[in-house]
Design a protein around this ligand. Structure first.
Ligand code: NAP
Length: 289
């Protein structure tokens, strides 16, 4: 039975704009109920223009913490009193813990992805290609560097963004081999990706129009190139379907979503919930099982 919200309820939530589509309230509230915690996870839709007043407001209202999603993940960074090493390296925060009235910014997208991706392929020593150069790409790249990948190739529509990410990774991880290439079928990408064992899609490609559905030109994909797609709706993107048809191992982004949520739950409550249970609830909600 759901614990009713009362005067003792501890509040957490998801700060974004918009947040109506978020599946996070579902999975967190299910776990609060399971562990008999008098906690509630609520949507916190905040217009970007009001971000700087919303944060002290949540501290003043006694929130224990909150998740941060699009478009605020980078914008909250300068508003933190303290940042974890990974959040600083990534330059984005997806989880905030409020401790003694101080905002502590962390990033669980990174470890949420790495732990889930290890189910597809061990990361240590591999050559990794990342499609995209935005916030998710940064989280994946930093997590992969910490997990001991040998090299990272950044593939992006806008070459400058790929080059900037590659340069900043090189500065953070001097021993890592990094390269950047445009997402251009006739560019050097195909030759560079031939050295890689894993491709991670961190673009929204696959969620959009059919003409743009592939994370990289399909001619770059191979049976020995495993593919992780951070997109989770649809569960089987065109990129994953194409890779599977070639015989390559694949995994979708639902496990990353469950993984980052489980780590955030632990940061707030001290209890690490079962990621698989959260994953199955998401699968059920999305009608995938
Ligand atoms: P972001 O910072 O806006 O970056 C988006 C990236 O995708 C940029 O590199 C952009 O390239 C590229 N891109 C966007 N539209 C494109 C198009 N039509 N063609 C080619 N490239 C395109 O976004 P983000 O925060 O990294 O999030 C990206 C995606 O990651 C989300 O849509 C979501 O599906 C996924 N994600 C999943 C999880 C999870 O838990 N599974 C968590 C976080 C994110 P340019 O530089 O050229 O603009």
């Amino acid at each position: 039975m759901t614990t009713p919200i009362n005067g003792q309820t501890t509040l957490v939530g998801i700060l974004g704009w918009p947040v109506g589509h978020s599946l996070s309230p579902l999975i967190h509230n299910a776990e609060f109920e399971r562990f008999h915690l008098n906690w509630a996870y609520v949507p916190l839709p905040v217009d970007p223009n009001r971000l700087s007043i919303a944060l002290p407001g949540l501290v003043a209202a006694g929130f224990a913490g909150f998740n941060v999603t699009i478009p605020h993940k980078q914008a909250v960074v300068p508003l933190m009193d303290e940042l974890s090493v990974q959040a600083r390296q990534i330059g984005a925060v997806n989880t905030i813990k409020i401790h003694d009235g101080r905002l502590v910014g962390l990033n669980t997208d990174a470890d949420g992805w790495a732990q889930d991706c290890e189910k597809l392929l061990p990361l240590r020593g591999i050559s990794l290609a990342i499609s995209g150069a935005g916030g998710a790409a940064r989280a994946v790249a930093v997590a992969a560097a910490h997990a001991g990948v040998r090299s990272i190739l950044i593939i992006n529509r806008t070459l400058k963004a790929a080059q900037d990410l590659a340069a900043s990774l090189q500065q953070l991880f001097p021993d890592l081999q990094v390269a950047a290439t445009p997402r251009d079928e006739h560019g050097p990408g195909q030759q560079l990706i031939a050295q890689c064992q894993l491709l991670v899609n961190t673009t929204p490609l696959g969620m959009g129009a059919p003409s743009e559905t592939f994370a990289v030109p399909p001619s770059w994909m191979r049976s020995d190139l495993a593919v992780y797609d951070t997109v989770y709706t649809p569960a089987k993107t065109a990129t994953l379907q194409y890779a599977q048809a070639l015989g390559a191992p694949t995994r979708g982004g639902l496990g990353m979503l469950a993984g980052q949520a489980a780590l955030a739950f632990e940061i707030w409550t001290g209890i690490l919930p079962d990621k698989e249970r959260m994953y199955h609830l998401l699968e059920k909600k999305l009608g995938l099982c």
